[in-house]
Write a protein that binds this ligand. Structure first.
Ligand code: DI6
Ligand code: FE
Length: 409
């Protein structure tokens, strides 16, 4: 006997190959001990002796009246933990203040660093919880959360502890990423190499020793760190056995994605300025291209990531919110999917794969979640829509009926 059997549903399994969306029109999903025990067409359910009675198969039979089941959504790139916000800066910019003026007045990323350093771990959890709850209300079951606003040992670890606690407080899987190489902190101004040494010698080992980092990230950019500096961070991550990923080619082309692929990175993220000639490196490394249309929109960027080349090369494309206080203050996964379609011209199927199967791969979780297949964790989202394309079609309308995490509604 299964714990639960969901019937009378369309099931977008998002399995690779086969029907679009891996769709099963009249489908059923069985759950046992928090895992998916069976998925398939309802008329293919195992028949018990004489009568095909579903109540002989599971303790709870749940009819979904034609709703759509998808894998629980996965946001594979967020900076969800931060203190305060930058709405004042947003307002000043729209009244004509330049980016430089704002930076001079202590604004920009350093404003968030200051606020985050002076916040307690409890403060950070309390500030992030409503953002996480907004994502949960849209069907998220796995989220990646980066550090990167502490930029010293105490505050980077404090951010990662807060991220871990969010995973204890809510029924959601949290993967943490150490992003100490996000910006040169004010106390290291003009000494980026010294700061990178501090990241490699002190911050990364400390985060690793406490088991606080599931991966290591960096910001490879003129306003961030050079490829040579990122390579030092990645070399250290390698010696600690930590997987890597990279903010690459967001505002300019420094060859960051190529560098990341060379380290077998889980993902290269942003990629607006990625050269077509660097696409094959991602393909052969199996590195996921994470596109972040929220940041593209918010910065009013015009240079599009090379979607056609990525698609042609078979590079898996993930879509994420990049939720952060500076360039993508967005908590809506559905809006990110819509923007991936409207701004980046991903198909609705690619957008949904980008928040399920490919997002799981970007976190190294492809064996565990991201598709509806027997053996994977029973992380599911149930939607009141007629077809999967509706998930990237609406703007600001949330058709989630319910969310199931590890088999629990
Ligand atoms: N790229 C971004 O868009 C954000 N970080 C990054 O590496 C900006 C972060 C911020 O402005 O707070
Ligand atoms: Fe980011």
């Amino acid at each position: 006997m299964w714990d639960a059997l969901y019937i009378d549903a369309a099931v977008a399994t998002m399995r690779d190959g086969g029907a679009p969306y891996g769709l099963i029109e009249n489908g059923a999903v069985a759950v046992e001990a928090g895992r998916i025990a069976w998925v398939g067409p309802q008329d293919g359910l195992p028949k018990s002796s004489d009568k095909p009675a579903p109540d002989k198969l599971a303790r709870h039979i749940v009819s979904l009246n034609g709703a759509l089941i998808t894998p629980g959504l996965i946001d594979c790139h967020t900076h969800l933990v931060f203190a305060s916000d930058r709405a004042g800066e947003f307002e000043a910019r729209l009244k004509g203040a330049s980016y430089e003026e704002i930076a001079h007045a202590g604004g920009g990323i350093n404003a968030t660093v200051r606020a985050t350093r002076s916040a307690s771990e409890d403060d950070l959890v309390e500030a992030a919880l409503p953002r996480l709850d907004a994502m949960i209300a849209e069907g998220v079951t796995t989220i990646e959360i980066k550090s990167g606003y502490g930029l010293n040992i105490d505050s980077e670890l404090k951010m990662l502890r807060a991220a871990r606690r969010l995973g204890d407080l809510r029924a959601v899987t949290v993967k943490t990423t150490l992003l100490a190489a996000h910006a040169v902190p004010p106390d290291y101004e003009g000494r980026a190499d010294d700061y990178i040494a501090h990241v490699c010698d002190d911050i990364m080992p400390a985060a690793h020793a406490e088991g606080l980092a599931d991966a290591v990230d960096g910001f490879c950019e003129g306003v961030g760190f050079s490829p040579a500096q990122i390579a030092r961070v990645f070399d250290k991550a390698k010696t600690l056995g930590l997987p890597v990923k990279l903010h690459a080619e967001q505002l300019s082309d420094l060859g960051g994605a190529r560098l990341a692929a060379g380290y077998g990175a889980l993902s290269a993220d942003h990629l607006e300025y990625l050269a077509d000639s660097d696409v094959p490196a991602l393909a052969s490394a199996g590195t996921v291209a994470v596109v972040l249309p929220g940041a593209f929109y918010y910065l009013r960027e015009t240079k599009l990531p090379p979607i056609d080349a990525l698609r042609a090369a078979g590079v898996p494309m993930a879509v994420a919110t990049d939720c952060n206080p500076g360039t993508s203050p967005m908590t809506s996964l559905l809006l990110a999917m819509n923007m991936a379609a409207t701004l980046f011209r991903l198909t609705p199927e690619e957008a949904l794969a980008g928040m399920t199967r490919h997002a799981a791969k970007a976190l190294g979780l492809e064996k565990d979640c991201g598709t509806i297949e027997a053996g994977k964790r029973a992380d599911l989202a149930v939607w009141n829509v007629d077809r999967p394309a509706a998930l990237s079609y609406f703007i600001g309308y949330n058709p989630l009926q319910k969310r199931i995490f590890a088999g629990q509604e």
